[in-house]
Design a binder for this molecule. Sequence first.
Ligand code: ADP
Length: 262
Amino acid sequence: MKLKIKDVEFSYASTPILKNVCMELQPSEVLGIVGPNGAGKSTLLRCIDRILKPQRGSILLDGQEVKDMSRMEIARRLGYVPQTSTRVFPATVFDTVLMGRRPHLGWRSNEKDVEKVLEILKLLGIMEFALRDFNEISGGQQQKVLIARALAQEAGVLLLDEPTSNLDIKHQLEAMDIIKKLVEETGISAVMAIHDLNLGSRYSDRIIMLNSGSIFDAGSPSSVLNPENIKQVYGVEAVVREEAGRPYIVPMKPIKPNGYEE
Ligand code: ADP
């Protein structure tokens, strides 16, 4: 599925957040969205999933405007993984993931859906939590359950909002490897807002760097994740090394305001 975003602008009340955002996502591609806190990464993902309605611009899935689609049509195409929420309604992990099947079948589930859910629980290594209440598992486990729910949706595009922020390093790599493998093998694509520049570098085919709601730079991880961009956008001096053909960022020190140097 192809995602195309053209001149998107979004404001909360009168505060402009996203300005003239344009991007394209091809099938089998992972697009990483990086940028400092408040840059607009979550807002952009919420606009794509139509949780928020941009005041201007268009968001097209295979040429069709998302704003003209029903919630169900959107859910068949876009699998949104929010940042782990605090409490949600009480439901078991199994039922939470099964809810991902809803866009495909109405309210009743059949054997095939149950099999799909079990397969995904196994894939993400969370089968042992299947009967636990979602609210009573750890933040990291919840994050995996939300990824599992989006995978159960079998949507063409995954929208991942900081999918690894609550995971320890082993689970970060496991979750990202699963997503990357699915993208490569099934032709789905993923847009992922990610804090961790090194995870973004390692798993993204392309990177968009947002700053104050505008695209500051876009391109391959090596072209975008350079010391000058990191300095300008994050206000941090960093050394960029290379690891397995990808940039590896070592943040050194924050830049003092007004050019003050120690
Ligand atoms: P990021 O994901 O890059 O950290 P966000 O998209 O969450 O950034 O936020 C972008 C900006 O929008 C921030 O300045 C934030 O304070 C503001 N913002 C986020 N949610 C709301 C809201 N519900 N109402 C008003 N402003 C908001």
